[in-house]
Design a protein. Structure first.
Length: 323
């Protein structure tokens, strides 16, 4: 009976994930075609007006733009099942090769950002919740509000200018070094953009931590532990923080999924060759296959992060394992 319930739950999640991915594929396909211009116009610019009808027809046939939209969609979808994600005429590489180069950069940036966000957000949230409505709590709320309010592009540009002015360094002055090639230089190039992103990501984690801690502190088992004389530090770590991990994990998973596709502005400012810049360049060049396949890959990653978050619930909270 239990095995059947587990299999049913897994099947339901997979069906929901596939439906979500199909919906993403349809929306991206439609939105891209709604943007004025096409790949021919993007490639030749104003010179595209000088093309003869025969030349333009040949180029549209080469890029598959002469086919009906429905045929274009299912042709691209069919190629996905064969492992053909498309080809970039600009980079002269397949989308799979481009993604193999750019996705690790974005994942590394997201991991460093999440680590910094947890290091900042969780202690600040617990510190604010330790004395609610105090000056300490008010200061924490102000910091969280600043993190939520200041746009990443403004903070990133300001940090770039500050580093160049006071340190005499240009973070974009050297070619990007990959982690496997030069770990030290790679970390130097990653720490600033990760710090900028972490300032915004730590804010919701801090607020979630504060809310969860305040809610758990009001529970009967916490009052019982205090009445039994359990040390305050043990109550904080063993009872309060452990029980607050589920909402913290939820928020962290959501933010990590957002970073996989939402770090495009920071990647552009700090010249990081991540998957967000890959989408941006693809849109500029009207490379439909590149944009469609890359966004679908980001959506797959987001779904996988959500599934991993659900699995972590079962590790963190025994009550979830019992369901």
């Amino acid at each position: 009976m239990l095995t059947r319930i587990v299999h049913s739950s897994i099947t339901r999640r997979l069906v929901t994930a596939l439906g979500t991915l199909f919906g993403v594929a349809v929306l991206v396909f439609i939105m891209l075609r709604a943007i004025p211009g096409d790949q021919v116009t993007a490639q030749f610019g104003i010179e595209s007006g000088a093309l003869t009808p025969a030349q333009r027809a040949a180029l549209e046939s080469y890029y598959g733009l002469d086919q009906p939209l429905l045929v274009q969609f299912f042709s691209w979808l069919g190629n996905l099942f064969t492992g053909n994600l498309g080809f970039s005429a600009r980079a002269h590489l397949s989308v799979a090769e481009l993604t193999a180069q750019s996705l690790p950069v974005t994942v590394e940036l997201a991991v460093i950002t999440i680590v910094l966000s947890l290091v900042l957000g969780v202690p600040l949230g617990m510190l604010s919740a330790s004395k609610p409505n105090s000056a300490r709590d008010g200061l924490g709320q102000v910091v969280a509000l600043a993190g939520l309010s200041i746009p990443a592009f403004l903070l990133g540009s300001s940090v770039m200018a500050w580093v160049a002015t006071f340190w005499g360094q240009n973070p974009n002055g050297q070619a990007f070094a990959r982690l496997t090639d030069n770990p030290m230089l790679n970390l130097q190039q990653m720490i600033l953009p990760a710090g900028v992103l972490a300032f915004g990501i730590a804010a919701p984690i801090m607020r979630t931590t504060r809310t969860a801690v305040l809610d758990i502190r009001a529970k009967d088992f916490i009052r019982t532990a205090r009445a039994k004389g359990v040390p305050k530090a043990r109550i904080q770590m063993r009872h309060i923080l452990t029980n607050a991990l589920v909402p913290i994990t939820t928020m962290t998973g959501l933010q990590f999924g957002y970073l996989l596709g939402g770090a495009i502005v920071i990647e552009q400012i700090f010249s990081l060759p991540g998957i967000g810049r890959q989408v941006l360049v693809g849109i500029e060049q009207k490379e439909y296959a590149v944009v469609q396949s890359t966004i679908l890959i980001i959506a797959v990653c987001f779904v996988l992060v959500n599934l991993l978050t659900d699995m972590l619930y079962r590790v963190i909270d025994p009550r979830v394992r019992a369901l």
